[in-house]
Design a protein around this ligand. Structure first.
Ligand code: PEP
Length: 255
């Protein structure tokens, strides 16, 4: 059985007051939700304030990125111990905005995955194809290559602790959501690849979130698909009602 996992990626879309208000609002509204796992990933600098608000609640929190080195002269970077200092549980790695805007390779993502696991963080590792890649018919190859590169050298035991987020780049922040069938096809392909690499026991427990314009009105249909185990949500995680709408739409779905 896989518990559904709904995570919000707040990106660079707030200031301190709005981050705190969002965390307060979610904490109050989600207090009675026990059926699904919930998390939010604020910008680094707002993690301490959000951590204070969410401590002891049913909403986990984490970061949108982390560096792989442990300490030292890495100006501008944040290490895993800085996240665990604030009891972060999750870290998003390899988001398409990092891969395509910041130029992160799967090799770099892989180093971060190892560092996160070593620190006891749960990596949410994003993979996803560009529109041009989908149109060229290489969706499976792209996602498989990103999976293999990002998880290289990760043991079966550690793989079980990871979360994968399939995020077709053409669906992120565009309002152009993948159809449930398109998403399910890629999720099933990723689970088949995980089975090849790690065996069925591992592939059966690892959660694969879908991300890309998830909203309250499309979440239930997407997450009802057998291999879609949650959502990584950008825009709709920035308003309490919109994020709660997604959560509430999926509470009764069992995997
Ligand atoms: C994301 O930020 O990972 C994302 C999926 O954004 P949105 O929900 O806005 O498409």
């Amino acid at each position: 059985m896989r518990r559904l996992f709904i995570a919000g990626n707040w990106k660079m879309n707030m200031k301190l007051d709005s981050a705190k208000a969002l965390a307060e609002g979610l904490k109050a509204e989600a207090a009675g939700v026990g059926e699904v796992d919930i998390a939010v990933c604020p910008p680094f600098v707002y993690i301490p304030a959000v951590a204070e608000i969410l401590a002891g609640s049913n909403i986990g929190y984490g970061a949108q990125n982390v560096y792989f080195e442990k300490a030292g002269a890495f100006t501008g970077e944040i290490e895993t111990a800085m996240l665990t200092d604030f009891n972060c549980k999750y870290v998003i790695l390899g988001h398409s905005e990092r891969r395509h805007i910041m130029g992160e390779s799967s090799e770099l993502v892989n180093k971060k995955v190892h560092a996160a696991l070593a620190a006891g963080l749960t990596p949410i590792v994003c993979v996803g194809e560009l529109l041009s890649e989908r149109e060229a018919g290489v969706t499976s190859q792209v996602n498989r290559r990103q999976f293999d590169g990002s998880f290289s050298g990760v043991s079966a035991e550690d793989m079980k602790k990871c979360v994968i987020a399939y995020e077709p780049v053409w669906a992120i922040g565009t309002g152009k959501v993948a159809t449930p069938e398109q998403a399910q096809e890629v999720h099933a392909d990723l689970r088949a690849l995980m089975t090849e690499r790690y065996g069925k026991e591992v592939a059966d427990v690892v959660r694969i979130q879908y991300g890309g314009s998830v909203k309250a009105n499309n979440a239930q249909e997407l997450l009802s698909k057998p291999d879609i185990d949650g959502a990584l949500v950008g825009g709709a995680s920035l308003k309490v009602d919109a994020f709660m709408g997604i959560i509430n739409a999926c509470r009764s779905i069992q995997k």
